[in-house]
Design a protein around this ligand. Structure first.
Ligand code: PLP
Length: 366
């Protein structure tokens, strides 16, 4: 990547170890379902990768269903037979929101944290045996960490089932599927430095899921189709690196993000940092600059050699006011003028300096 890349929440710069591992297995080939020697070798590689990916959530290897990404994992979790009612927080990723368009919404507080009283009220006084609640671990736009222990307690007490989109939490905070009390959890390879197009639906011990993609008995009949061996191996290599270096990496990144936010007050006194009142992961800063649309900011920053994204980046490339910031109660003048700055393993001081310089120029025009 050229210039300052500060869009890790969209996709992480691939970790060299992941690229190397994926390239090796691509060159080798093999179908894990074949019973001959190359098939057995591929199967061995796939199962080792699965075990490594499982470690991201302290889960068992046999409870990891490899998917094409977190979008598929979220869709599968939300489309289970027997689910008669779905509750989703207002700040979920579109892959969750659009998987259950008729779902009831759980609001968030102005700090961007799921409103636990509202969740409790929505679950009170009814049979919740068919109810599924989906609350993300970390919001992708603000970096705000959600109170999952409390959420899981409320959901369990009500007799409902929980799904956690843990895409932006993996490798940044502790994830232990058993102590989180969630039935299912989704992960994505490219958010931690692995390849795009691979992810996982992780199941708590004893959770069963029905396949969405049929044909072939792969993934213990939970997802048909020849496995993405190259993707899984790359994902696993990224997972190993993340797990080994997490604490050091996150404290280094936190220092960079803190410097960025502290200096922002001088470079751009009119900018506002959103979600700062709540606990956040170390790498994300959501910054509004009233007066300049998020889209214009992203373009201006890109021209200045700094890659960031709008608070709400749509896949079509069109940017609308962020639904997350709107849910936090921000008016369109703020929800439509926020960019997301997200750092990662390859970020350094020079990236922060480049950001501050380009942003300072932009803010002077607001
Ligand atoms: N969930 C969250 C919170 C995300 O940030 C993303 C990606 O932006 C996804 C799900 C979708 O992941 P994938 O790209 O693997 O489908």
């Amino acid at each position: 990547m050229t210039g300052a890349y500060l869009d890790y929440n969209a996709t992480c710069i691939p970790r060299p170890a992941a690229a190397k591992a994926a390239a090796e297995v691509l060159a080798e080939g093999g179908n894990p379902s074949s019973i001959h020697a190359s098939g057995r070798k591929a199967r061995g590689r796939l199962e080792s990768a699965r075990a490594e990916i499982a470690r991201l959530a302290n889960a068992r290897a046999e409870d990891v269903v490899l998917t094409s990404g977190a979008t598929e994992a979220n869709t599968q979790a939300l489309s289970q037979p027997g689910v008669t009612r779905v509750l989703l927080s207002d700040i979920e990723h579109p892959s969750v929101l659009e998987a259950a368009p008729m779902a009831q919404r759980v609001p968030v507080t102005p700090a961007g944290v799921v409103d636990l009283n509202a969740l409790r009220a929505l679950l009170t006084g009814q049979d919740n045996s068919g109810t599924l609640v989906a609350i993300m671990a970390v919001n992708n736009e603000t970096g705000v960490i959600q109170p999952l222990v409390e959420v899981a307690g409320i959901v369990a007490e009500a007799g409902a089932r929980l799904h956690v989109d843990a895409v932006q939490a993996a490798g940044r905070i502790d994830l232990d599927i058993a102590s989180l009390g969630t039935a299912t959890l989704s992960l994505s390879g490219h958010k931690i430095g692995g390849p795009t197009g691979v992810g996982a639906l992780v199941l708590a011990k004893g959770t069963t899921v029905s396949a969405m993609i049929l044909g072939g008995g792969q993934e213990r009949r939970r997802r048909g189709g020849t496995e993405n061996l190259v993707g899984a191996v790359g994902f696993a290599a990224a997972a190993s690196e993340v797990l080994a270096s997490r604490d050091d990496e996150q404290s280094r990144i936190a220092a960079l993000r803190d410097r960025l936010e502290t200096n922002l007050a001088t470079e751009a006194p009119n900018a506002m940092i959103l979600g700062q009142q709540a606990p956040r992961v170390a790498n994300t800063s959501c910054i509004a600059l009233p007066g300049i649309s998020a889209e214009r900011q992203v373009i201006a920053m890109d021209l200045g050699g700094v890659q960031v994204s709008a608070g709400s980046a749509c896949s079509s490339g069109k940017v609308a006011a962020s639904h997350v910031l709107t849910a936090m109660g921000h008016p369109p003048e703020i929800a439509g003028t926020a960019i997301r700055v997200s750092l990662g393993w390859a970020s350094g001081e020079a990236d922060v300096d480049a950001f501050l310089e380009a942003y300072g120029r932009l803010a002077a025009k607001a």
